[in-house]
Structure formats: structure tokens, C-alpha cells
Design a protein. Structure first.
Lengths: 380, 300
């Protein structure tokens, strides 16, 4: 199953899907986008994934913003996303909001919607506020597509997405094993592909992948790491970790485990069920303002997946991640989970990053046994 | 641009003793950095010889030359070495190395060798990176940080500045300490801008409300280095509860460790006096690699 290629071919896939089904494609940026409502309207939700490409286009639009936001503009203005009929942004990151504004201003024909999601997700009024926002979103989609989004259609969409979350969770659980049958890079490639494909089709592929995994022999005995921080858009970091004798066995990324961690619990008021699901998901820092639940969630994952250490990888200029570094660092230190903090952009500069990771893996290894981690010199 | 001002002096030393034949295990470490290369030879755990050279464009050649010089002139050859460990940015290019080890662990071990067992925090002020390393009481790395942004606080940028200003790299630090006050530091994010800003402080003083003296300009520039390095050190995990952030066990390694204009300012800000060594602090990586090579050879 070449999920990496599927994620790379996402633009072709979306264009083919449109031709095949006659449906509309709505791209989205933020992990809080309620995909079920769009799916119920017969729309294919496609996550905009950033790439690393020389860019001479975006600077005049949002100079100095984070690299993913700039690259999203770059991809759009180069015509890679011409299949896109609509673009939705959910309240969250300011850089991404700027990218949304630039793109929609450049193509006024796009359906555009800005969905407000409270920053204080667990205040007394949050669920009612979000529910009303979802109702507005449903009405706008109905007007745009000319289709009614009935409760039956919402039920179907919720069922498809819940099944998708369950399958991803089952695959994720395999990583708890002492010698997981899948690597961190395989897992991240799968998650990225999952976010750009029709979930009904993807669920079939995930079932097939699960059967394949169940027949695999246990993997290598490696240092078990957790990946925390800004979203990643490729699996390069995981691959580098694997080349140095480690394995990312769990993550706490917006487009990683946080994407699928909690299901929608059905109730009569479908929109309220969705509101509660998105307000109750593991939060990124900008939505974690009341109780700072994120550090504890990170710790629970670290315990459950028996990690030896954590990598905190923050996108340069990411203003979300960094706001709660103090809380995450303090908790990891208090509980003696070694971690290494680094900043990166879209690329993973190999020598510089390898220097950090080699040192960190050696630091972690020494905790388990004696100082080891010798790398026999490669034949050049 | 004349490059002689930014060129720090190379150094080769050997004990010249033929006693190495009776000594215990002989190991070598080679630290190939982006701007400098060191080789250190240890006989029975004691320093026998070393070389500290400019790296140049060829990592592999620099490593070989440094090792041959460190072997000295008393008959020791590469064949007498039980193990050679490479480290540094160019470690994968060291043909004669049996193994490689990351720079963080090598500098940590080397610092304990050079500065004593009391080392708890190491600041490796290298040509391209600044690494802050915190150690447990025993020989184990507890935490480390590496600079993310570019190069203020890195040796290579100081070499360039010295060439631009026509001041020797060995003199700029002491001269900066002649300043009666430390002016505001220059830009601390980008070394190219920092150097341009420093040059600008010399130009057209009539436009400055309060023109700086030469020593103050150097102080302003080196204070920016100190500030940047402090930022990396400050991100390390705190020492045990109740202890201050940095205790007396601070050691500087790397080329900038020899610049008092930087190290004194860091000491002043932290309120500590760093440990000293009779050996060149640039050797820490190579010595650490040689020590770790001995451990590996012994199967420890």
C-alpha cells in the first residue's frame, strides 16, 4: 500500500474524483474543520498539505509568515489546486487565515466560508456557539450545492468518519507493541493520504492495510520516540529517525493522532454531537486555553506507548506551538521523559537534524543501558 | 578582503616521549568541525599529543593531517592505535575512523577530562553551532540544546568580522573588555546583519547621538554573542530543585571559548566563574571521542 504516493498524487486524485462523481471539492486548512457536514452534502473535503518547493510567489502576499502558509499560496497560485470549488477556514492559526484570505481574494469564484470555533473550547457557552456556527455552515453548503443536508445524510457521514477513526485507532494501537509491525514513517504517510481521500474509499484501503499488518513479522527493536509539536506535512523526520535506529511510535500532532482520537457520539441533535466532538478532541495550543489539558494528554500518550523520549518539533514562525512550551517542557521534565526541542521549516536539513537526533538517541539509550549508540562508519 | 585577521593560530603538541610503548591502550579522537579540525591521541587515558588545524574544504584530508601531526615524532603510527573515533560535522568523511559518535557526547566527555569532574554544564561555542549540554554527576548527558537560528554566536561569523574590521581574532575579545560600559548588543538573529550593524557603528559617527568608542563597538558585538549563547543555555533543564540555574560547574569548549569578550560577559550575566583548563578548550570534542573510543574498545 503506497500511501506516500497517494498523498503525493492528491491533486490528481481530487480532479479524478470530481470527474467520476460530479461532486464538488472543498479544501480546508485547519484540523477543526467539521468534515462530516461537507461530506453529507456530497462534497469531498481535501486537506491542504504544504510542500517544500522553491517559492518566489508567496512573499509579496504574506512575507514572513510560516512556510506551510506560504507554500499553500504558492501551490494555489501555480494552479495545482484548480480542481478546488471551495475553501473553508476554521478559526485557529493567523498565518493560515492569511493564506485563506489571499487564496480566496485571488479566486473570487470559490465558495468561501470562515467557521468560527471558540478558543475557549470548554467554557459554558462553547458548545452552543459552535452548534450555531455549524448550523450556519450547513445552510451555506445547502445553498451552494442545492442539496439538503438531512439528518439521514449526516448520520451516514458520521458513520463513515467514525469508522475511519476506528480503523486509524486500531492501526495506531499496533504501535504499542514492543516491536511494532509498522514504522512511524509508514504511519504518517497513511495519515496524510487519509486526509486527502474520500473516507469511504480510504476505509476500504485501511481495512486491507490492517489485514496486511496483522500478517507482518514484528519490526526492529528500536528506541521508541514520540513526536510533538507543529503539524508535519511529510514523513521525512520519521524516516531520519528510523535511519538512526529509532522509531516514532506515537505522536501528538494535529494531523496525527489528534485528528482521529475521539469519535462523534451520536445524539438526536446531530450538530450538537459534532460540536461536542470537535470541542472535545485533543487540542492544539491555541484551543487549549482553559485548563491546559494538552500536557497531560501528551503524558498519557507517552505512558501508553512506552516512549523512551520525545522530539518537540516546531515550525519556525508557528505562533501556536510555543505558547505552551513552558507547560509541556515542565511536565516532561517533572516526569523524567527526556525530550529534544528543535525548530524546522518544511524541509529536514539532514546533517543538522541528524546531529541533533543522533545525540538525542544516544542520550536516551544511555538511560536504558550504558552509553551506546555507536554508528559504524558507513562506507562512502 | 584580507583573511589574516580572522585566522586563529594552528597548534600542534606532542609529549615526544617514547614511553607510549609501555603505556596502556592508545586511542585517538578526531573532531572535524566546519572551521577547525582537532585530533587527540590518548595513551592509557592521558593526553599524548594533539593537533588543532583549520579544516579547509576537504574534511577527510584535514582529519588525516591532524591525526598524523597528533601522533608526534616518537615513532607512533596509525597502526599503534587501538581505536579511532570520529566526531564533528565532517565525521562521516574520516577514512581512518573505526566509529563515529555525536558531538554532544564527545564534548561532554572531553569537558570532564579538560575541566574536571565538577563540570555540570558545557557550552560548546563552535564554528557553526552553539551547543549547551547539561550533565548528571556521572558521565551521562542529561539534556542538550542547539541553536536553531543562524549564526550570531558562532565562530565563523567572528572570523568574518575580524577580517572586515582588520582586528586580530585573538585581540578583539580583550579589547572589548577595555570598554567602560557595554552598549546595547547589535542584532542577534542574523550574523550578516549583525556584522553590517557593527560596521555601521564605525561609519559616520557624526550622525550618532552618542558615538561609541572602538572598544565599545567590539563590546556591543560580542555582547550579542553572549546574549545569544545565554538563550541556548537558558533552555536547558534546570538543575535539581533548589539549585540555581547554573552552578559553578560551567565549562566553555570550542573556539569562542578562547574569547574572553564573550565568556566573561556570559559569566557576568550568569553570576558564575567558568572552570579553566591548562589545555586548549577546542580539543574537547577530539579528546571526548578518544575517551569514548577507549570505552568502546574495552566493551564498556
Amino acid at each position: 500500500m503506497n500511501f506516500r504516493q497517494m498523498a503525493a498524487d492528491r491533486h490528481t486524485y481530487a480532479a479524478d474524483w470530481k470527474a467520476r462523481t460530479g461532486g464538488k471539492v472543498a479544501d480546508y486548512f485547519e484540523p477543526y474543520f467539521p468534515e462530516e457536514i461537507a461530506y453529507a452534502a456530497g462534497i469531498l473535503p481535501v486537506r491542504v498539505l504544504a510542500e517544500h518547493e522553491p517559492d518566489v510567489i508567496s512573499d509579496k502576499w504574506i512575507y514572513g509568515a510560516c512556510f506551510p502558509a506560504r507554500d499553500m499560496i504558492n501551490q494555489f497560485l501555480r494552479g495545482r489546486m484548480d480542481y478546488m470549488d471551495g475553501l473553508v477556514n476554521v478559526e485557529g492559526c493567523q498565518w493560515i487565515f492569511n493564506a485563506y484570505e489571499v487564496i480566496t481574494n485571488n479566486k473570487p469564484a470559490l465558495f468561501r466560508h470562515y467557521l468560527f470555533l471558540p478558543d475557549y473550547t470548554d467554557s459554558t457557552t462553547s458548545k452552543d456557539v459552535l452548534r450555531s456556527e455549524l448550523a450556519v455552515f450547513r445552510e451555506r453548503l445547502e445553498a451552494w450545492t442545492g442539496r439538503d443536508i438531512t439528518d439521514e445524510k449526516l448520520d451516514h457521514a458520521i458513520a463513515v468518519y467514525n469508522e475511519n477513526r476506528l480503523l486509524l485507532r486500531r492501526i495506531c494501537e499496533l504501535r504499542r507493541a514492543d516491536r511494532p509491525v509498522l514504522t512511524g514513517s509508514e504511519y504518517m504517510d497513511m495519515l496524510l493520504a487519509n486526509q486527502v481521500m474520500d473516507k469511504a474509499e480510504m476505509n476500504g484501503l485501511l481495512e486491507q492495510f490492517l489485514r496486511e499488518l496483522e500478517g507482518r513479522q514484528p519490526g526492529r527493536d528500536t528506541i521508541r520516540l514520540m513526536l510533538i509539536g507543529s503539524e508535519t506535512w511529510n514523513s521525512d523526520l520519521e524516516r531520519l529517525v528510523e535511519s538512526l535506529g529509532g522509531n516514532v511510535v506515537v505522536d501528538e500532532l494535529d494531523n496525527g493522532t489528534s485528528y482521529f482520537w475521539n469519535p462523534v457520539y451520536p445524539q438526536k441533535d446531530r450538530l450538537m454531537a459534532l460540536a461536542l466532538r470537535y470541542l472535545g478532541r485533543p487540542h492544539n495550543p491555541v484551543k487549549d486555553n482553559n485548563w491546559r489539558r494538552r500536557p497531560e494528554h501528551i503524558f498519557e500518550l507517552a505512558e501508553d506507548y512506552h516512549v523512551d523520549g520525545a522530539i518537540i518539533s516546531k515550525q519556525i514562525y508557528c505562533h501556536l506551538h510555543g505558547t505552551d512550551n513552558y507547560a509541556v517542557w515542565r511536565l516532561l521534565r517533572e516526569r523524567h521523559i527526556p525530550f529534544h526541542y528543535m525548530e524546522r521549516d518544511m524541509s529536514v536539513p539532514e546533517e543538522e537534524t541528524a546531529l541533533r537526533l543522533e545525540a538525542f538517541l544516544n542520550q536516551v539509550r544511555a538511560g536504558a543501558t550504558r552509553l551506546a549508540g555507536w554508528h559504524r562508519k558507513a562506507v562512502l | 578582503m584580507d583573511h589574516k585577521y580572522g585566522r586563529w593560530p594552528e597548534d600542534v603538541w606532542s609529549s615526544h616521549s617514547a614511553g607510549w610503548r609501555q603505556a596502556g591502550k592508545i586511542t585517538a579522537g578526531i573532531d572535524v568541525g566546519t572551521t577547525s579540525t582537532q585530533a587527540a591521541v590518548l595513551c592509557g587515558g592521558a593526553l599524548y599529543g594533539y593537533a588543532n588545524l583549520h579544516t579547509g574544504a576537504d574534511f577527510g584530508a584535514a582529519a588525516g593531517r591532524a591525526l598524523d601531526l597528533a601522533l608526534g615524532d616518537s615513532g607512533m603510527t596509525r597502526a599503534d592505535l587501538a581505536a579511532v573515533c570520529g566526531t564533528g560535522f565532517g565525521k562521516r568523511n574520516i577514512a581512518c575512523a573505526d566509529s563515529t559518535m555525536d558531538e554532544v557526547h564527545c564534548h561532554a566527555r572531553g569537558a570532564r577530562f579538560l575541566f574536571g569532574a565538577g563540570v555540570r554544564t558545557v557550552a560548546d561555542l563552535g564554528g557553526q553551532t552553539v551547543k549547551a549540554i547539561r550533565l548528571y554527576d556521572w558521565n551521562r548527558v542529561r539534556d542538550f540544546m542547539i541553536n536553531d537560528k543562524c549564526a550570531t554566536g558562532e565562530g565563523r561569523s567572528l572570523e568574518v568580522l575580524c577580517d572586515l574590521l582588520h582586528i586580530s581574532i585573538t585581540e578583539i575579545g580583550p579589547k572589548s573588555l577595555e570598554a567602560e560600559r557595554d552598549p546595547e548588543p547589535v542584532s542577534t538573529t542574523c550574523w550578516a546583519y549583525a556584522n553590517a550593524e557593527t560596521l555601521g557603528l564605525f561609519g559616520r559617527p557624526e550622525f550618532k547621538a552618542e558615538p561609541l568608542t572602538e572598544a565599545e563597538i567590539y563590546a556591543s558585538h560580542l555582547f550579542a554573542y553572549a546574549w545569544r549563547i545565554l538563550g541556548v543555555i537558558g533552555r536547558l533543564s534546570p538543575l535539581d530543585a533548589g539549585e540555581i540555574q547554573i552552578d559553578g560547574g560551567l565549562a566553555f569548549t570550542g573556539g569562542l571559548a578562547k574569547n574572553p569578550g564573550i565568556t566573561r560577559r556570559i559569566e557576568r550575566e550568569l553570576g558564575v566563574t567558568a572552570l579553566t583548563s591548562r589545555w586548549d578548550p577546542m580539543l574537547a570534542g577530539a579528546i571526548g571521542a578518544a575517551l569514548l573510543a577507549a570505552e568502546q574498545e574495552a566493551g564498556e
